[in-house]
Design a protein around this ligand. Structure first.
Ligand SMILES: Cc1cc2nc3c(=O)[nH]c(=O)nc-3n(C[C@H](O)[C@H](O)[C@H](O)COP(=O)(O)OP(=O)(O)OC[C@H]3O[C@@H](n4cnc5c(N)ncnc54)[C@H](O)[C@@H]3O)c2cc1C
Ligand SMILES: NC(=O)c1ccc[n+]([C@@H]2O[C@H](COP(=O)([O-])OP(=O)(O)OC[C@H]3O[C@@H](n4cnc5c(N)ncnc54)[C@H](O)[C@@H]3O)[C@@H](O)[C@H]2O)c1
Length: 493
């Protein structure tokens, strides 16, 4: 079962190539994922010309093999669960998921792995596009090799921005590569669901895909070498592990994978404690690797295969023309944060080109300050986990004097109305010295939309005394804010 989109053919490349005699642009952007698109867009809005170089699909990983298809696979089971958790409605939802319909809906979100819509958007935004593999070949110079082997040398008047993203990392586990494992691409692009699926990893991809496939009725086994979602508050991973087990998945924590073998029936996996797990397919979900090989980094004094370090304006230190943003920088591997970096990069490139003032102090127009301590993320498991800012452990490690406030989400009136037997936890991490919120985590059904309130509190460094005046409507789940504030106690200053 090797699902997913076919590689674009030569004819396809030829049909979609933007023919252009123009090879000089103000800005060249390598990689047309969500981040590259936004760098180009901001540069054009700033009065510059920009070209995107893309060797696969315009829209990148997020649109075709990551955010969108994964959420499309998760949402139907979540909607079904939500209805079933409300007495009176649940009785009307008795059948299993219609898996072919779920896959068909997923296909509509990936436009059947056709990027015509995104190409149209780029054209409308005044951005040029060149199909092919791009590589730096000199200062402000990129050479693009098309599928037919022809090359075009592009020169940039102001900047080259690298937004080539990341690919799935396949760790050096005995036999794993030879066993032809699924990566996130096959898991999000599957045409049929396997009867059983083993998942190596305990992070975001592992937990989301375990939730999706368990919801389809696949027999899922998660092999996590430590806990689940280990960078988050501990209760998040515990809640997700319990929910996965309730869905029928086997969750093995503290379990190393030592060998993987493909057999006639699927795969056989040996664990560190000597057990053998069998499954039809194995998904490796153990993090990402930068797409920085074969893109000429050495011409700029950087090391191919490494993540690219930048300053907060996304410029590579020591260079006045080379920028990078998105996954390839390893700052934060999330679409929304990469696009935020892209807006800073596109705007600062335009400002520098115009000789305009650059606002690069923390929280200025041209910097991605939030990357350091105000990153929002939703894990779309069921229950969901939504977090922003520092966890208690990270805040302590950073030297803050903190107070941790926990509250049982199920005790909030709006939550009990939202779902019968609502179970969840909220945590607020407070900087005791300034009495501002450093981080918030919500874990529970449908908490995703609560997150932006927390992000605003963290980024705005809104004093708790003022937050008392942000009154949540009754009876919404947002009343969790009132409960957290009451539990902390009203500041007197
Ligand atoms: C399964 C999964 C689910 C995810 N879900 C979410 C989510 O729900 N929310 C979220 O915020 N993030 C999510 N992410 C992370 C998100 O996908 C990435 O953070 C995001 O795609 C990064 O965008 P990017 O533009 O930096 O890179 P990419 O999306 O990887 O795009 C890079 C582009 O560059 C092109 N390219 C690379 N090298 C070259 C070259 N030499 N020449 C020409 N073109 C080149 C590639 O073909 C690609 O189109 C998920 C990731 C995975 C794996
Ligand atoms: N909803 C979302 O926002 C979303 C969804 C999916 C992915 N993503 C992003 O994509 C990125 C990649 O996700 P991911 O889950 O692959 O990475 P991750 O970093 O979240 O998790 C990697 C997991 O693999 C384990 N691991 C690493 N090396 C291993 C090895 N050699 N053997 C066994 N286990 C090993 C780690 O312990 C961890 O549990 C993440 O940074 C994530 O933020 C985001």
């Amino acid at each position: 079962m090797r699902p997913g989109p076919p590689e674009p053919s030569r004819e396809w490349y030829a049909r979609h190539m933007t023919q252009s005699s123009e090879t000089g642009y103000d800005v060249i952007v390598l990689g047309a994922g969500p981040v590259g698109e936004n760098i180009a867009d901001r540069a054009v809005r700033g009065g510059l010309t920009a070209v995107l170089v893309e060797h696969e699909l315009v829209g990148g990983e997020c649109s075709y093999w990551a955010c969108m298809p994964s959420k499309a696979l998760l949402r139907p089971a979540e909607a079904r669960r939500a209805a079933r958790q409300v007495g009176g409605a649940g009785e009307a939802v008795t059948g299993p998921l219609d898996v072919p319909a779920v896959l068909a809906r997923r296909d509509s979100f990936t436009s059947n792995w056709n990027d015509a819509g995104q190409v149209e958007w780029a054209e409308g935004a005044g951005i040029s596009l060149i199909r092919g593999h791009g590589a730096l070949t000199g200062v402000r110079e990129v050479t693009v090799t098309a599928a037919d082997g022809s090359t075009t040398v592009l020169t940039a008047r102001h900047a080259v921005a690298i937004a080539t993203g990341s690919g799935a990392a396949v760790p050096d586990i005995d036999g794993l590569r030879a066993a032809r494992p699924w990566t996130s691409r096959e898991a999000t692009g599957a045409r049929k669901v396997p009867g059983s699926l083993a998942i190596i990893g305990g992070g975001v991809v592992a937990t989301e895909m375990a939730t999706a496939y368990a919801g389809f009725g696949t027999k899922v086994t998660v092999l996590a070498r430590s806990g689940l979602l280990s960078g988050m508050e501990p209760f998040a991973g515990e809640l997700v592990a319990a929910a996965l087990r309730e869905l029928g998945a086997t969750v093995l924590l503290g379990t190393a994978t030592t060998r993987v073998t493909r057999t006639a029936d699927g795969v056989e996996i040996r664990t560190g404690d000597g057990a053998t797990i069998t499954a039809e397919e194995v998904l490796v979900a153990t993090g990402r690797t930068p797409r920085t090989s074969g893109i000429g980094l050495e011409t700029a004094g950087l090391t191919p295969g490494d993540w690219i370090t930048t300053d907060d304006t996304m410029r590579v230190p020591g260079s006045d023309w080379l920028y990078a943003a998105g996954d390839v920088t390893h700052r934060v591997l999330l679409t929304h944060q990469g696009k935020y970096q892209a807006r800073a990069a596109g705007d600062v490139i335009a400002a520098r080109a115009a000789g305009a003032p650059v606002s690069d102090a923390p929280w200025g127009t041209h910097v991605a300050t939030a990357d350091h301590r105000a990153v929002p993320q939703v894990v779309f498991t069921d229950p969901q986990v939504a977090s922003v800012g520092l966890t208690a452990a990270a805040a302590r490690e950073a030297g803050y004097r903190i107070r941790v406030v926990d509250y049982d989400l199920g005790r909030v009136a709006g939550a009990s109305l939202h779902a019968d037997g609502y179970t969840g936890t909220a945590r607020m991490v407070v900087d005791e010295q300034r009495e501002v919120v450093l981080g918030v985590t919500f874990a529970g059904p449908d908490v995703a939309e609560l997150l932006q309130s927390a992000t605003i509190a963290v980024v705005g460094e809104v004093p708790l005394a003022r937050l008392w005046h942000a009154v949540p409507a009754y009876p919404t789940v947002s009343e969790i804010w009132l409960r957290l504030l009451e539990t902390y106690g009203r500041p007197t200053r």
